[in-house]
Design a protein around this ligand. Structure first.
Ligand code: SAH
Ligand code: SF4
Ligand code: F3S
Length: 465
């Protein structure tokens, strides 16, 4: 899962103008796509309880921050944000209006009651496993209780969450996220996810198909399956057997209207033959794979508890490329993990040169309390991390430019997703996930059309064909 991919802050857009008397909520989402999905499901739960969305926190009866704990910077954002809300809450109070401030997501799960101790303005803390209880929790908070809902719920939240109204789905556009797997049992020594999201759980096939069918019926053309470890998904099928992700993708490929499928984030150890075969056989499965490796030194990979070597990863990439030569590879990297020497870092650069990435995300190691990495000796100084990050990003940027350079002049199929910022233009997406800007004559939102690429950079430019 990638935090930066989401530009870290996503605002829920208001669906319809609300009547002045209606209860309103404002939600701000940090972190990965799974949080974006969770925010939508919380929005659906609130809508079923009579709330409507607002993009203005000062108009909101409920302010919901859906937070990320992955790196220290991400986690600290919640406290600065709550600080900014102090004024709003006070002004609303002076006008006789109550404001509930709720913290959801991974910081909520990791820090629980500590959040209210540090930020008494917060009324409600609710974790990723219990957010189906949000409307009830808000009501308790309204009667003055400080509410903490961070247990690992015994009930399945998906059995208790209302389905989104078709209008809500339509307002979210022609692409949608669908969480199929949550949590992680891998315990990489740098990572908080196994602690914030809990043990690995796979949603059953029936539940996923019902949700995918509903999305398709509301006009969604592209579904991205989500999981902290999406390719470890092994949900129970109608036949009582545990299915693999490849099998699930084959089934989803048969849903009328769904023209594109994606999934993220994958772990190299769970890339099984069935999933690789799905890339070979399914034209609707887009040629893009986010497959984080984190580092290129076997010594560091071992210390990270990744349980694969650099060579394993390179072989795996070769197998995938053998069946889908045009696949765009994406990755995550951590520089400056404890004990990383210059030579270890060179191994990372080496791996990047061998693999060739279309895009990638790289981070400085951030020690997280409670994870084994935080207590390891030989923490790497910040200035060394800075230098390594810069060198790695320079190389990745070059590769990214190289990946798109050959597209110039070529026809490319895009899914048109939304209107452009400038009138007369629309924004689509290539099979490899780059945004593509083209004249609206190319087609309407939701159409899949072939355009010719005229300019390449982070964004591609194209002309209708
Ligand atoms: N489940 C995914 C990753 C989830 S976190 C996987 O296994 O690949 C997203 C990315 O954040 C990770 O891939 C990693 O590169 C980065 N990350 C996680 N913990 C980090 C930490 N403590 N410091 C810096 N980056 C971290
Ligand atoms: Fe974190 Fe590792 Fe699990 Fe990914 S596989 S979520 S990096 S513990
Ligand atoms: Fe952040 Fe939680 Fe996602 S820690 S990256 S929001 S799983």
């Amino acid at each position: 899962m990638n935090e930066e991919m989401m530009t870290t802050e996503t605002r829920q857009s208001a669906n319809a103008p609300a009547s002045p008397a209606a209860k309103r909520y404002f939600v701000k989402t940090y972190g990965c796509q799974m949080n974006v999905y969770d925010s939508q499901r919380m929005a659906d739960a609130l809508a079923a309880d009579g709330y409507s969305a607002t993009e203005r926190p000062d108009e909101a009866d409920l302010i919901l921050l859906n937070t990320c704990h992955i790196r220290e910077k991400a986690a600290e954002k919640v406290y600065s944000e709550v600080g900014r809300l102090r004024e709003i809450k006070a002004q609303r109070k002076a006008a006789g209006r109550q404001t509930t401030i709720a913290v959801a997501g991974c910081v909520a799960q990791a820090e629980g009651a500590e959040i209210i101790r540090r930020a008494p303005l917060v009324d409600l803390v609710i974790g990723p496993q219990t957010y189906h209880r949000l409307p009830a929790a808000v009501n308790r908070a309204l009667s003055g209780e400080k509410v903490i809902e961070t247990d690992y719920a015994v009930e399945d939240k998906f059995d208790h969450l209302p389905a989104p109204k078709p209008a809500a789905t339509r307002s979210r556009g022609v692409t949608a996220f669908l969480t199929v797997q949550e949590g992680c049992d891998k315990f990489c020594t740098f990572c908080v996810v196994p602690y914030t999201r809990g043990a690995e759980v796979s949603r059953p096939v029936g539940q996923i198909l019902a949700e995918a069918n509903r999305l398709a019926a509301s006009g969604v053309r592209e579904v991205t399956l989500l999981g902290q470890n999406v390719n470890a998904w092994h949900g129970e099928g109608p036949d009582g057997r545990a299915w693999g992700l490849g099998e699930l993708l084959r089934r989803l490929a048969g849903i009328p209207g769904l023209a594109r499928l994606r999934y993220t984030t994958s772990h190299p150890r769970d890339m099984d033959d069935g999933l690789i075969a799905a890339h070979r056989d399914l034209p609707v499965l887009m040629p893009y794979l986010h497959l984080p490796v984190q580092a290129g030194s076997d010594r560091i990979l071992k210390a990270m508890n990744r349980r694969h070597t650099a060579e394993d990863y390179i072989r795996l990439v070769e197998r995938i490329r053998a069946v889908r030569p045009d696949i765009a590879l994406s990755g995550d990297f951590i520089v400056g993990f404890p004990g990383e020497t210059d030579a270890d870092f060179e191994d990372t650069l080496d791996l990047v040169r061998k693999v060739g990435y279309a895009t990638a995300y790289s981070f400085k190691y951030s020690p997280r309390a409670g994870t084994p990495g935080a207590d390891m000796a030989d923490q790497v100084p910040e200035d060394v991390k800075d230098k390594r990050l810069q060198a790695l990003q320079d190389l990745l940027d070059e590769q990214q430019a190289e990946f798109v350079r050959h597209l110039k002049g070529k026809p490319v199929e895009i899914l048109i997703e939304r209107a452009g910022k400038e009138p007369g233009l629309v924004v689509g997406r290539s099979p490899w996930l780059q945004p593509v800007i083209v004249d609206e004559k190319a087609g309407g939102i939701g159409d899949i059309v072939t355009v010719r690429i005229t300019g390449t950079g982070y964004t591609l430019y194209a002309e209708p064909l």
